[in-house]
Design a protein around this ligand. Structure first.
Ligand SMILES: NC(=O)c1ccc[n+]([C@@H]2O[C@H](COP(=O)([O-])OP(=O)(O)OC[C@H]3O[C@@H](n4cnc5c(N)ncnc54)[C@H](O)[C@@H]3O)[C@@H](O)[C@H]2O)c1
Length: 373
């Protein structure tokens, strides 16, 4: 197959889907790899590194036209629609439920869209989302450290243990991948860290991984209110169901928080678990609501592009290689977890949550792929 690795065009998106060692593996398996000029540069990989791996540096239009698999990081932007062609396979974080127009374009153009974020595994986890979640959690704490500084809009509190002074308090909601990532750094800096969680299993897992200055509490209204009153930083790391309309932290709750406290919304679901959350960008990462600084950047890992690209490439490569080696239909037939991430297929919408959200008819992935047999 011909694999195309484009340069991401989303603002401040510096990641690349496949690093040169991944490109080399496709070539070794008999595939052709096209790489757009400077696709890997933002992650520290010059074109020459891809050429050494056996890839061909190819201009954007020719790459989109020539490849069977478009191997990407972020959503398809409007300027890319006309570059796509029927039956092309797009592998990416597509976020189809948040991008209705893009989803309709993929359907209209007969694109096979596979979302990294929806492919699960036998443990019910999301192996292509987890590495970016860990990074986003760590990056979320580092953003708190940065924006807490007086010169960056914060109240000037150093988020670290300092002899003679009260230790800062950090509350993290959700003990999953991003929550643990945030807690690791927050605790390592000596802060008092409290995590709120509804799942006992997730708490036990976090307890085993994190140091003893991390307190784990059941997430309920009483514990949340206690934390809101005392916390210096609230970090939201909940995977909020796409269809949920209520909130965990309401606008009114912000009045309970200390003056100068901040909310880091790693999950960054617009009006999701945090009512006042609206996603932001690396260019304009913060805003204030009810006097509380909010940070809700929707691609935190891009700030750590070299690390993120290495992690992303390692996580997605086995799936991309399986598809390239056996074809998309065989790969989907064999793997129910991969089917879970199939979003669009020959004009059919195959991701239930997105279908429900947009009111578009849903077709089960297995039915969709067997329809053409
Ligand atoms: N901003 C970014 O750049 C970025 C990057 C990666 C991931 N994310 C997002 O971060 C979010 C979290 O991802 P994750 O991989 O860490 O998820 P995860 O599934 O590993 O963890 C979520 C945890 O939240 C817990 N939870 C659910 N409801 C809760 C409640 N009411 N109170 C307390 N805990 C609750 C769950 O039990 C689970 O343990 C996702 O929405 C993901 O899309 C954002």
């Amino acid at each position: 197959m011909i694999i195309g690795i484009p340069k991401e065009i989303k603002k401040n998106e510096c990641r690349v889907a496949a690093i040169p060692s991944a490109a080399a593996l496709f070539v070794k398996n008999g595939h052709t790899v096209l790489v757009e000029p400077s696709a890997g540069l933002g992650s520290g990989y010059p074109d020459e590194a891809y050429v050494r791996a056996g890839a061909q540096i190819t201009p954007r239009e020719a790459l989109y036209e020539g490849c069977d698999i478009l191997y990407k990081v972020k959503e398809i932007e409007a300027s890319e629609y006309d570059l796509l062609h029927e039956n092309q396979i797009v592998l990416s974080y597509l976020h189809s439920n948040a991008h209705r127009e893009m989803t309709e374009e993929l359907l209209k153009r007969g694109i096979t869209g596979l979302c990294y974020e929806d492919v699960d595994d036998e443990r019910g986890e999301f192996p292509m989302l987890a590495p970016m979640s860990i990074l986003a959690g760590k990056g979320g704490f580092l953003a708190a450290l940065h924006f807490s500084q007086s010169v960056h809009g914060g109240r000037g509190l150093l988020l670290s243990r300092v002899a003679g002074l009260a230790t800062p308090e950090i509350t993290i909601i959700g003990c999953g991948w991003s929550g643990i990532g945030a807690a690791e750094l927050a605790a390592a800096f000596g802060n008092k860290v409290t995590m709120l969680e509804i799942s006992k299993k997730a708490m036990e897992n976090a307890q085993a991984k994190l140091p003893v200055n991390v307190e784990l509490l059941y997430s309920n209204r009483e514990n949340l209110e206690t934390c809101l009153k005392r916390t210096d930083v609230l970090i939201n790391c909940i995977l909020w169901p796409k269809t949920r309309k209520d909130h965990l932290v309401f606008r009114e709750d912000l009045k309970l928080m200390k003056s100068g406290a901040m909310i880091i919304d790693v999950a960054c679901d617009d009006a999701g678990a945090i009512e006042t959350c609206r996603s932001t960008s690396h260019d304009a990462p913060i805003y204030f609501e009810e006097g509380i600084l909010h940070y809700a950047v929707d691609n935190i890992p891009s700030g750590f592009a070299e690390t993120a690209s290495q992690m992303l490439s390692a996580a997605t490569l086995p799936y991309a290689l399986e598809i390239a080696n056996h074809g998309i239909v065989e790969a989907l037939k064999k793997d129910p977890h991969l089917r879970r991430g199939l979003t669009t297929y020959k004009g059919m919408l195959t991701l239930k949550e997105t279908a429900d959200k947009h009111g578009i008819p849903y077709v089960d992935p297995l039915v969709a792929i067997s329809r053409e047999q």
